[in-house]
Design a protein around this ligand. Structure first.
Ligand code: HEC
Length: 141
């Protein structure tokens, strides 16, 4: 094989590798998403098929689930929105919710802390992290 052939083969392999990495970023990274979910959501949300409620409702099969339908004592603000303007937890809604829950539903309990529940979730600033997290949430089914 000529050296030029070998070089173009190497270039081709490099291109394929880069395309693969690009594709991975486009789809989101489920491993990173899982870690983010465990660290940021796990204290309040069960993400297993056990479907146990914690401070928050269980998140198994959350992707494309209608908001507020599981048997959980949602806050009045959350219930009002889910009843008056029902919506599904698709990419757009998860994205808005995870960026800033109080901007989405001002009185939501997810962002409030109390004596019984000292932790709260104020939002995730990194768009890359939100993408990875949502990618992982889709796998919970
Ligand atoms: C401090 C506890 C807490 C943390 C941390 C938390 N949540 Fe929540 N979450 C709640 C509560 C409480 C509700 C119900 C909100 C209400 O009733 O206003 C909720 C509701 C939700 C809902 C709506 C579920 C439904 O059935 O409509 C989704 C989706 C959600 N949380 C996702 C997440 C994700 C993803 C994370 C991690 C990034 C997270 N939450 C972190 C407490 C939490």
């Amino acid at each position: 094989m000529k050296i030029a052939h070998i070089l173009s083969l190497i270039m081709l392999l490099l291109l394929l590798l880069l395309a693969g990495i690009g594709f991975q970023r486009f789809r989101g990274d489920a491993e990173v998403g899982k870690r983010l979910a465990e660290n940021n959501c796990g204290v309040c949300h069960d993400m297993t098929p056990n479907r146990k409620n914690g401070k928050g409702p269980y998140l198994w099969e959350i992707y494309n689930r209608p908001a507020g339908v599981v048997d959980f004592p949602f806050s009045p603000a959350f219930r009002k929105l889910a009843e008056e303007k029902p919506f599904l937890w698709d990419d757009d809604h998860l994205e808005r919710w995870l960026l800033n829950p109080t901007a989405f539903i001002p009185q939501t309990r997810m962002a409030q802390h109390s004596k019984e529940h000292p932790v709260s979730f104020d939002g995730m600033q990194s768009s890359g992290n939100r993408k990875d997290l949502i990618f992982y949430l889709k796998s919970l089914q």
